[in-house]
Every structure is written in C-alpha cells, then in structure tokens.
Write a protein that binds this ligand. Structure first.
Ligand SMILES: Nc1ncnc2c1ncn2[C@@H]1O[C@H](COP(=O)(O)OP(=O)(O)OP(=O)(O)O)[C@@H](O)[C@H]1O
Ligand SMILES: [Mg+2]
Length: 327
C-alpha cells in the first residue's frame, strides 16, 4: 500500500533538569491516502509530542529528536531543511489544536486569517482569497459566512472558533490533517457536529487524518484504524472494527472497560487503577506491567516489541502473553 506518511522509530526525549523524559520512545506507523488513523491513550502517553515532532513544532531544547524518520511524499520531515518544511507545513500538512484560541490571532478578523494563506502562499488576489475563504467558512458550517468573516475571534462561540480553525487548516487543501483533540474542549453536541464535519471533508477531499483523542467513542465513530499509545510507545494497532471486537493488549482492554458510553470523558479514562509510569524513570520490562491484571514474571524483565498477532494484516500487539498465545 502506498503510504502518504511513513513514520519509523520516532524517539523524542526531553532533556530536563530532573533527567531525561522519554516522551516518545520508538514509534512507527503509516497513514495511507484518505485514511483516518486514531491515536488514543491516557494523558502524558506522548500523543501530542508525536504530532508536534512531525512538524518540528516542539521546543528544542529541551526536546530532542533522538532517532527516526518521517517520510511524507519523499521528504523526511524530521531531517529536511527549514525551507522544505515551510513548503509542507500548513500547506500539505495542516494541524488543528485542542484550543482554537491558540491558533487564532485575536487582533485580526477571522476572515483575514482564513484568507491569509491563500494570499501569501498561493498568490491569490485579495478579492479571490476572500471569496475562497468565505466558501471554506460556509463549508465548515458557519452560517452567514460572508458576514461573519468580519468578526474577531472573541465574537465567536467556542464551537465556531474551532470551525474557523478547521477552515484555516483546510483552505489550502492539505493532504494530511493532524488533529490534536480538536473537540475535547467543546460540549458533546458541538463535538459530534465537528467530527461529522471532519469526516465529510475527509471523504470529499480524500484527506488523510491523524486524529488524536482520549475518547474511544470518537475513534469508533470516525477512524479506520487505531493506534493505542502507552508511556511513549504504541502497544496495539488494529482496524477500528477489530480493536472493538477484541482488544489484543491488556491496556486497550482496560481503556475499554473504563469507558461506559460513547461520551466518555478524560476523567473516565483516568479511572484505570494505578498511574502511568514516570517518563523520567527508565523501566525494565513492559511499561504496563505494574497496572496489568495479566502480569507474569517475564513481563517485568522483557520489554515487548510491537509484533503482528493473529496472523492478520495491520494487527499488532506489544503484549508478551498475547504473543505467546496465552491471552
Ligand atoms: N516541553 C516539555 N518539556 C518536558 N517534558 C515535556 C514537554 N512537552 C511534553 N513533555 C512530556 O512528554 C510526555 C508526553 O506528553 P504529551 O503532551 O505528548 O502527552 P499526551 O499524550 O498528548 O497527553 P494529553 O492527553 O494530556 O494531551 C509527558 O510526560 C510530558 O510531560
Ligand atoms: Mg496532548
């Protein structure tokens, strides 16, 4: 399968006064054209750092990319020049963040901000950029878009602001959208509308999406495939269908048991007993061992790799007992 993005052995460490935090520790995955890939895991598991690293948006130092490659259409995002990256960032790969206020400039009208990349990067005239921006705003569901473009971000509701940042991200028709918890800050109705919107545009434009979320319900509704992340590593990867049918890692299982409904919140996911390991601590063996109900002695000394299981495509687990056929 031709991959649009192919990430291999990504390691991002933070070199802090208290030691080295292994935020992302050997992550590999690919995204096909038009595919929506979910990245789930508890707070601190390394989801955002993974996405930010791909566009080199991390503070470095203290962050450092220790290893890895991320090939996007023949370019290694992690090692290309700044100039090459600027041609890709915001144009061919766009990002939507959790808090729309951080992405919007409070001193410029929303319309100016959506139109700006068209003027700057595509050399559109002011009028043409404005017209295309208005069309994009319409298509993300902003009612009376032509009028609302003259508003400033603070005049928009939270949901509308996030619609505007989605319009901003998609106006350049990128091939890949990195969406980091784009709906967590919003109420459930708006959340559902925005997800439906992302799915619609994704299909219309054959857009690839990396969707970062705490919410397994969101994954079930939107994603083709899922990566489950724990303590800086991917512990399970599967098609969404297969994952929900039969999780193949005790952590995924625990996540699912901690989710009573499709409207699960951050707090609910926290209810897995125990705490994720301290990223400053170098752990021997499986990082989930201390919280795992299936733990055996070998788990505490042998670090499990993410290996194919069940002989099926794209199904992989980093649990020794699953790999041995015991679970
Ligand atoms: N600038 C930084 N300096 C030091 N450590 C950092 C920095 N940014 C992130 N980290 C650490 O990297 C790890 C992964 O963080 P990350 O933000 O990727 O988690 P996450 O999975 O996105 O969590 P959340 O669901 O809460 O957004 C955490 O342990 C975090 O403390
Ligand atoms: Mg995050």
């Amino acid at each position: 399968m031709g991959l649009l993005l192919d990430v291999e052995d990504l390691r991002v460490y933070f070199h802090t006064r208290n030691g080295v935090a292994r935020a992302v520790d050997g992550v590999s995955f690919g995204i096909g054209a038009g595919e929506t890939l979910g990245l789930v895991g508890e707070s601190g598991s390394g989801k955002s750092v993974t996405a930010y690293a791909l566009l080199r948006l991390l503070p470095m130092p203290p962050g450092r990319i220790e290893s890895g490659e991320a090939r996007f259409d023949g370019v290694d995002l992690l090692h290309c020049t700044e100039a090459e990256l600027r041609r890709i960032r915001g144009r061919r790969i766009a990002m939507v963040f959790q808090d729309p206020m951080t992405a919007l400039n409070p001193y410029k009208t929303v319309g100016d901000q959506v139109a700006e990349p068209l003027r700057v990067h595509e050399g559109c005239s002011g009028a043409e950029a404005w017209a295309r921006a208005a069309a994009m705003m319409e298509s993300v569901g902003i009612v009376n878009a032509a009028e609302r473009m003259r508003s400033y971000p603070h005049e928009f509701s939270g949901g509308m602001r996030q619609r505007a940042t989605i319009a901003m991200a998609l106006v350049m028709r990128p091939g890949l959208l990195l969406a980091d918890e784009p709906t967590t800050a919003l109420d459930t109705t708006v959340q559902a509308q925005l997800l439906a919107l992302i799915v619609r545009i994704q299909r219309e434009q054959n857009l690839s999406v990396l969707l970062i979320t705490h919410n397994l319900g969101v994954v079930a509704g939107v994603c083709d495939r899922v990566l489950v992340m724990y303590a800086g590593r991917i512990v399970e990867s599967a098609s969404t269908e297969a994952l929900f049918e039969r999780p193949r890692h005790p952590y995924t299982q625990a996540l699912m048991e901690a989710v009573p409904s499709v409207n699960a919140t951050r707090e609910v996911l926290y209810s897995i007993p125990g705490m994720p390991p301290d990223p400053l601590q170098l752990i021997e063996g499986c990082s989930f061992a201390s919280r795992c109900t299936h733990v055996v002695e070998r788990c505490r000394c042998q670090t499990p790799a993410l290996l194919p299981v069940d002989g099926s495509h794209g199904r992989a687990s980093a649990c020794l007992r699953v790999q041995w056929g015991e679970l």
